[in-house]
Design a binder for this molecule. Structure first.
Ligand SMILES: CC(C)(COP(=O)(O)OP(=O)(O)OC[C@H]1O[C@@H](n2cnc3c(N)ncnc32)[C@H](O)[C@@H]1OP(=O)(O)O)[C@@H](O)C(=O)NCCC(=O)NCCS
Length: 166
């Protein structure tokens, strides 16, 4: 998969150093609805979960790589772990790459993938209240606020999009 400015490829163990550096920033880890800490051990378990999700489901978040530099930008993609309230798309960027439009670019491609390749009728995103940057990404890809619900012991916003007429 690729977008105008990003390569979207499966996450691998070789992404660990960049992945751990991304999650070491409390502003990054703190935005995630799936609660994760900032230590290298937390990052290892998180990365392993995303890699394992691809093994179990056949899809997962991709590593986002900046075409112009080859740098690791973050991760985004389809996601539906056990107990998740539907087929989701999620996004998480290293702090250095905020403010460039990369999350919206990757999330839009991921949403399209869910409809065209996974046959989804509805795609959701779970977002912590107050995560205004993430809410803006959701709205830019066409999600609307569906409702609030309890997930992972927290009250969260559920955003989503329905399949568009072809
Ligand atoms: C949520 C998150 C991915 C949003 O990142 P972001 O950089 O704000 O979002 P985008 O990549 O879509 O970038 C949008 C910004 O880039 C700007 N931008 C700059 N160049 C741009 C370009 N060429 N094209 C589009 N937008 C561009 C936009 O104007 C916008 O700026 P604004 O924030 O001042 O309005 C990021 O804050 C993050 O990773 N947070 C921690 C993890 C997290 O919370 N994940 C979500 C869990 S639900």
């Amino acid at each position: 998969m690729e977008t105008e400015r990003l390569i979207m490829r499966p996450l691998t163990g070789s992404d660990f150093d960049a992945y751990a550096a991304m999650l070491a920033d409390p502003d990054v880890a703190g935005g995630l609805a799936e609660s994760v800490g900032t230590s290298p051990a937390d990052a290892w378990r998180s990365l392993a979960t995303f890699i394992g999700h691809r093994e179990i489901r056949g899809y997962s978040h991709w590593a986002l790589v900046e075409k112009s530099s080859g740098s690791f930008v973050g991760r985004a993609g389809p996601w539906q772990p056990h107990g998740f309230p539907g087929l989701g798309v999620g996004w998480c960027l290293a702090r250095d790459h905020w403010g460039k439009g990369y999350a919206t670019e990757a999330a839009g491609a991921a949403l399209n993938y869910c409809f065209t390749e996974l046959g989804a009728e509805q795609v959701i995103s779970v977002i912590l209240p107050g995560n205004t940057r993430s809410i803006s990404v959701a709205e830019r890809i066409g999600h609307r606020h569906l409702r609030d619900l309890d997930y992972g012991g927290r009250r969260v916003h559920l955003y989503g999009s329905d399949r568009r007429p072809s």
